[in-house]
Design a protein around this ligand. Structure first.
Ligand code: 13P
Length: 232
């Protein structure tokens, strides 16, 4: 069971330091923190496994504002998220660029959490399966079932909205992803200490990618503890 905390654009160095000082991951669960780039080093120094929130496909080059996989590895970063819906929605990320980023990260020895998920309009139009198939196929074709690849199913309508997928919806989506790509699949979208148990108990749910609730050390620890309890 893997619980990853995606801090998005929250927590600079000081707040990161305070968090990792106070955070004691419960035994029996893999935990990853994904702080902003500027806080990666601070988080890693706290002894936690750390992933970046994105990574470029080239090792170096004229790509202003980007950070490469070898640079992250040198910093002691263990992996990267790719294809988060906020990257797809606001920064023009496509299935092709997501796949290129994933390939480069894996080649550099990093782990990858690749995000997929349908929007509210797509779900209402009955296109969930089609959207997931296209997104997962791009990963299956370029990367395949790599041992350091994890997929996160994050329905866009559940991110930061307080709406969560029902355990059945999550189960269905995870089964679809796994039928195309045999890798662990995390659920993401308004995971909180109050709903973690019913989501994580679903067959095919191998962990969670937590946004808002990962910013508070107590709620993130509670979710990690729930995961550890379910696994044992
Ligand atoms: P919330 O947990 O805040 O809904 O965010 C989910 C997410 O986007 C994690 O990557």
């Amino acid at each position: 069971m893997l619980i990853a905390g995606n801090w998005k654009m929250y927590k600079g160095r000081r707040a990161t330091h305070e968090f990792v000082e106070a955070f004691e991951p419960p035994p029996g669960v893999d935990v990853v923190l994904c702080p902003p780039y500027v806080s990666l080093r601070e988080a890693a120094a706290g002894g936690v496994r750390v992933y970046a929130q994105n990574v470029h496909w080239a090792a170096e080059g004229a790509f202003t504002g980007e950070v490469s996989a070898p640079m992250l590895a040198e910093l002691g970063v263990a992996g990267a998220i790719v294809g988060h819906s906020e990257r797809r929605q606001y920064f023009g990320e496509t299935d092709e660029t997501v796949a290129r980023r994933a390939v480069a990260a894996l080649e550099a020895g990093l782990g990858v959490i690749a995000c997929v998920g349908e929007s509210e309009e797509e779900r209402e139009a009955g296109q969930t399966e089609l959207v997931l198939r296209i997104q997962v196929e791009a990963l299956a074709d370029s990367v395949g079932a790599h041992e350091r690849l994890v997929v996160a199913y994050e329905p866009v309508w559940a991110i930061g909205t307080g709406k969560t997928a029902t355990p059945e919806t999550a189960h269905e989506a995870h089964a679809l992803v796994k039928s195309m790509l045999e890798v662990p699949v995390l659920y993401g979208g308004s995971v909180k200490p109050e709903n973690a148990e019913e989501l994580l108990a679903q067959e095919g749910v191998d962990g969670a990618l937590v946004g808002g609730a990962s910013l508070d050390v107590d709620s993130f620890t509670a979710i990690c503890a729930t995961a550890a309890r379910i696994r044992s």
